[in-house]
Design a protein around this ligand. Structure first.
Ligand code: AMP
Ligand code: MN
Ligand code: MN
Ligand code: MN
Length: 299
């Protein structure tokens, strides 16, 4: 109710807000509490933990956030497919995991395991013997395997010089290790999020290598399925492109979200790091009616 901790009315004034970050519950380098501590140091006071296909880090993050006076929004970044493209959907979950999202997350965990076996078989043909074991060595015992673990295994085996090359040649979009068949359709993951009282946010719409027209079709399909927001800014992007994307969101009445997509320290990105957000008519996702309880949480 009171002004000091109210969230800003426009995306252009969103300093200190980051709705897209990863921890060791998926492919991030920092544990949930280390991530929250880093957010605190970087001046991020309102955050969503968006680990891939899981909310396993949320409880620990929430505890750490409460101790530091940071608003922590439960969330996840779900893998899906649309027209043969691997699309990521952030579920912002102000009331946590409810309804079909619970079984949806179990489905994702199994899909990720089955996919890892398929990726391993493909990489073995490319010369990475015992690929599954090697990826598991990179990941440690606890977390589900992702493509970055296979990328690191390829680097460790001397097959490629670095992670970027591993993705470029073997694991990135359209390459043999880009196995998508296990993921549910875009519309399904959106339905899970909505059934959980959440807001479905199309993650990093500029990172799918699509033309503007194709991106428009994706936004239409996403909206049709019940999606209500998209990331207007994800990490670093060209300001002219941001303005154009804002137009595409505005035309469809979609809310805007934003985040660094932070994974590990030492690179150009930190929590809260992202390109400037221009003044646009796009409403911030935290003003969505289903986010009101969250927006008021520290008032
Ligand atoms: P997965 O969730 O297993 O499909 O792996 C996707 C993740 O791999 C993304 O969320 C990024 O963290 C990482 N990734 C994707 N492309 C690249 C790239 N070109 N270089 C480094 N990491 C990447
Ligand atoms: Mn990732
Ligand atoms: Mn993503
Ligand atoms: Mn991400």
């Amino acid at each position: 109710m009171t002004a000091p901790s109210a969230l800003p009315a426009s995306l252009a004034e969103s300093q200190g807000i980051d709705f897209h970050m990863h921890s060791t519950a998926s492919d991030g380098a920092l544990s949930p509490d280390e991530l929250v501590a880093l957010c605190h140091r970087k001046g991020v006071n309102c955050m969503a933990l968006t680990d891939h296909d899981t909310v396993a880090g949320v409880e620990a993050a929430a505890k750490a956030a409460a101790a530091l006076g940071i608003r922590l929004l439960p969330a996840t970044e779900l893998s899906s497919q649309w027209r043969g493209v691997n699309i990521h959907v952030v579920g912002l979950l102000p009331v946590g995991v409810r309804g079909s999202l619970a079984s949806g997350l179990e489905f994702q965990a199994r899909a990720r395991e089955a996919r890892a076996e398929d990726i391993a078989a493909r990489l073995e043909k490319l010369g990475l013997a015992d690929a599954l074991t090697r990826a598991r060595e990179q990941a440690g015992e606890l977390r589900p395997l992702g493509r970055p673990d296979f990328a690191r295994a390829m680097v460790a085996a001397g097959l490629v010089p670095d992670i970027a090359t591993a993705f470029k040649k073997h694991l990135g979009s359209g390459k043999p290790g880009d196995v998508k068949a296990h993921w549910p359709y875009l519309s399904e993951v959106v339905e899970w999020i909505v059934a959980s009282g959440g807001v479905a946010v199309l993650a990093h719409p500029l990172r799918y290598g699509m033309t503007r027209r194709k991106r428009g079709l994706l936004l239409d399909a996403f909206r049709e399925a019940g999606g209500e927001a998209a990331e207007l800014v994800s990490g670093f992007q060209n300001p002219d492109v941001t303005r154009d994307l804002a137009r595409q969101l505005d035309e469809r009445g979609l809310y805007g979200s934003l985040g660094s997509d932070f994974h590990f320290p030492g690179g150009p990105l930190a929590p809260g790091t992202m390109s400037p957000i221009p003044r646009t008519a796009v409403a911030p996702v935290w003003t969505h009616p289903r986010m009101v309880t969250f927006a008021a949480s520290l008032d």
